[in-house]
Every structure is written in C-alpha cells, then in structure tokens.
Design a protein around this ligand. Sequence first.
Ligand SMILES: C[S@@+](CC[C@H](N)C(=O)[O-])C[C@H]1O[C@@H](n2cnc3c(N)ncnc32)[C@H](O)[C@@H]1O
Length: 211
Amino acid sequence: MSIWHQRWNENRIGFHRLEANPTLDEHWSSLALQNSAKVLVPLCGKSLDMHWLHEQGHTVVGIELVEKAVKQFFEDASASAVVDKKPTGTKYSTESIHIYHADFFEVQPDEAPFDAWYDRAALVALPSSMRQAYVEQLCNLTSKGSQGLMVTFDYPQNEMQGPPFALPDSEVESLFSKHFQVLRIQWSDLLEEEQRDLSRCSLSVFVLTRR
Ligand SMILES: C[S@@+](CC[C@H](N)C(=O)[O-])C[C@H]1O[C@@H](n2cnc3c(N)ncnc32)[C@H](O)[C@@H]1O
C-alpha cells in the first residue's frame, strides 16, 4: 500500500482545503486561455479547485491514485458520476468534471492533449527522484502552447520531512526549461504568515508555457 493510500485511509489529509485556492482568483487569468480550454489537474485529491476551474467554463480532468479521494470528491458535491473502466484507470465523470482513478505516470486520458494544467501540491508531493518523470508525463499530455499554473514550496529539506518536499525555484527552472518557458509570478515568505518551525519557508507561483 502506498503512503497515499495509507494517508487517505487514516484521513490524514491536512493538504485538503475547504475553499478554492486563492492563487486561482489571483493568477489563473494570467494564462491566456479560452473558457472552453481543457484543463488537467495532476494528483488532484478531492480538491475544490476543480469546481472553481469548472465554473470558469473549462472541461476539468483530474488524475488521482486513491479511489477513496475520487469517490469523496463526487459525494461531497452530491453528484453521481458515471464510472467507466479504461485500460489505464477508471474514469469517473459528470458533465464537465472527469477524474481518473489512475497513476499519473501511466494514465492516458481520452481528453489529452490538454490546453492547460494546474498544479497545487502535486509536484511538491513527489520526492525529487520522481520529478523528471512528472515533467515528461506533463509533456506527453499537453499540447504545444499550453500553459500551466504551478504553486511550489521551498524550505531547508533537512528541517522537515516531506511531503510537501522542498522545491527550490532553481530546480523548477532546470526541470522545466527544456520544454517550457518558465515565469515566476509570485514569491511569498511563508514564515511571516504561518510561523512554521523552519528557519526559512517560501511559496512561489509559476506560469509555464509549453514550447
Ligand atoms: C498533497 S495531495 C494534493 C491533492 C490536491 N492537489 C490538493 O491540492 O488538495 C497529493 C495527492 O496526489 C495523489 N497521488 C500521489 N501519487 C500519485 C500518482 N502517482 N498518481 C496520481 N495521484 C497521486 C495522492 O493520493 C494525493 O491525493
């Protein structure tokens, strides 16, 4: 059983937020997207951000490893999803939100290639050994010119065990720059806001545009 199955089983889901992430209100419009854009949400959990994206008119496709999270997303919304078994996962769908119960590294969603993607607590949920594979899979699933909005954290990794794992801005640049134009649009010092037990902790927001 993966650590993620264990966490969902034990309800240790401190990452889950009861409101859409304010980053969306602040920055989603920085992406030059049509309302009809198809948006990928990797490692989506049961994030309410997917409702926010749907409310903008987008077709939203989440990918989540743990079935309990997928089921809870639809239960919490009092929505009944149509369930469809696919070769690389099980697709749960309402009219405009589709969530694949699948491994992000293997899934082949019907809706690919995507025009856009949104990463909150996805790449930082993965240890550094898996990050290059994440970027490669993003490239497989997105079209040229597509754009992503990504939120990351950085702190001294030896002061806290992830996830979330520390992801320095310089590593974002080296991971993405071969296939994406990288633009940091926000940097915030979280120590002032959250009083964590860390000597340094910051949040960055990036817009990534696929070359
Ligand atoms: C830190 S949580 C963030 C969830 C969501 N993005 C949010 O903001 O609430 C990371 C999620 O990724 C899922 N996950 C981990 N590895 C995965 C994989 N290989 N494929 C799909 N989902 C995965 C976990 O089950 C967990 O729900």
